[in-house]
Design a protein around this ligand. Structure first.
Ligand SMILES: Nc1ncnc2c1ncn2[C@@H]1O[C@H](COP(=O)(O)OP(=O)(O)O)[C@@H](O)[C@H]1O
Ligand SMILES: [Mg+2]
Length: 352
């Protein structure tokens, strides 16, 4: 339904989006996930038609809507997509009803149909009771609901969201996440959702594209990313807590793991070993595969303890049943499992 082919966007010499290819079926919830500055907004703006690609194509429902190679794009208003920003940008002089009605008026929808549609979307977003209020008379969370109602009113076949929840407090964010998923089921619109929050991505998405420096590092289902990260970047960006990544370096005839000789057999002389936090344990005494680390953090997580240690810039997190009997700043022995969960090369690419 939505197909992105070799899409690139340059600003002068700088490539903000590099050769991105993704396609998702009708009704998918695609999340673009990555750190600030990785090109998410630029990619979304190209999908909305607000930015012309430097190269590559965008196809909605089998119809090309942008072609960077031919310098051609369909006007934002004529591509049947709706965009919701982080800032709500409601018309301050129009009531909630007026704001939601506005795009339908622009479309020249007959009055009776408009009245029906506005009532329908206000109900869907649970804001019918606010219809006659003005934007300055409602809360930030309610304003965001109005902005979403206004965007879905014309029934766009593609819905685009750019970090729509980042201005809301933590509790409201979790509530709105559920609301947006309900909305997605109710409208069936193919959705592209931009966020830097991996928890949002993992809970909402049917498909995730993890981006870094303008490139897609990995594209797959949330389960794919957790079970089989293809790069060290993905492995350390996904998961709560993120996976541990330990450098292993050949030294003489042996290997140093986090600076200590250990009996390991890595697939290359120089690589990164990934250990899941729940696979790590703590030990009372030093052993063949333990690393002495400074205890820097402990916190309760779902009835278990998350323990973090630091050693020469290496940070390791273990999920264990009980907190160690040590204080912050003390030395704790982190015990690496026999075999890592995955190996990555020095370039960050998965080995095996
Ligand atoms: N109009 C522009 N002119 C020049 N550089 C830009 C422009 N828009 C974005 N960039 C740059 O492109 C990169 C990606 O930006 P953006 O897509 O906004 O990232 P994200 O949304 O992932 O934080 C950034 O380095 C940003 O400074
Ligand atoms: Mg952005």
């Amino acid at each position: 339904m939505l197909e992105i082919r070799n899409l690139t966007k340059r600003f002068g010499d700088f490539e903000a989006v590099r050769d991105v290819s993704i396609s998702v079926p009708d009704g998918a919830f695609l999340v673009l996930l990555g750190p600030s500055g990785c090109g998410k907004t630029t990619l979304l703006r190209m999908l909305a038609g607000l930015e012309l690609p430097s190269a590559g194509q965008i196809v909605f429902d089998g119809k090309p809507v942008s072609d960077g190679d031919r310098n051609w794009t369909v006007d934002p208003a004529r591509r049947n997509s709706g965009l919701v920003f982080q800032s709500y940008a409601l018309w301050p002089h129009m009531s909630v009803r007026g704001n939601v009605d506005w795009p339908l008026k622009v479309m020249k929808m007959p009055k009776a149909d408009r009245t029906r549609r506005v009532a329908e979307v206000l109900k869907l977003l649970d804001i019918s009771q606010l219809a006659d209020r003005y934007p300055n008379e409602i809360s930030g969370g309610q304003q965001q609901r109005v902005a979403i109602a206004r965007t879905i009113a014309p029934k766009p076949s593609v819905l685009l969201f750019d970090e729509p929840l980042s201005n809301l407090d933590a509790k409201l964010r979790v509530e709105m996440r559920t609301e947006l998923m309900r909305l997605h089921r109710a409208t069936g619109a193919t959705t592209v959702y931009v966020t830097h929050d991996q928890i949002e991505a993992m809970t909402m998405a049917t498909h995730v594209a993890v981006m870094n420096h303008g490139r897609v590092q990995q594209f797959g289902t949330p389960a794919d990313l957790v079970d089989h990260p293809e790069t060290a970047f993905v492995a350390t960006f996904i998961g709560t807590p993120p996976n541990n990544m330990v450098p292993i370096v050949r030294n003489g005839t042996g290997y140093k793991v986090g600076g200590r000789y250990m009996p390991v057999t890595p697939p290359a002389d120089d690589c990164l070993a990934m250990y899941r936090a729940e696979a790590m344990t703590l030990s009372d005494s030093e052993g063949e595969t333990t690393l002495p680390m400074e205890l820097v953090e402990t916190s309760a997580i779902a009835g278990r303890m998350m323990v973090t240690g630091l050693r020469d810039g290496l940070r390791l997190t273990a999920i264990v049943e009980r907190a160690p009997e040590a204080r912050i700043g003390d030395t704790v022995q982190f015990c690496l499992p026999q075999r890592p969960d995955s190996w990555f090369g020095p370039d960050g690419e998965r080995i095996g």
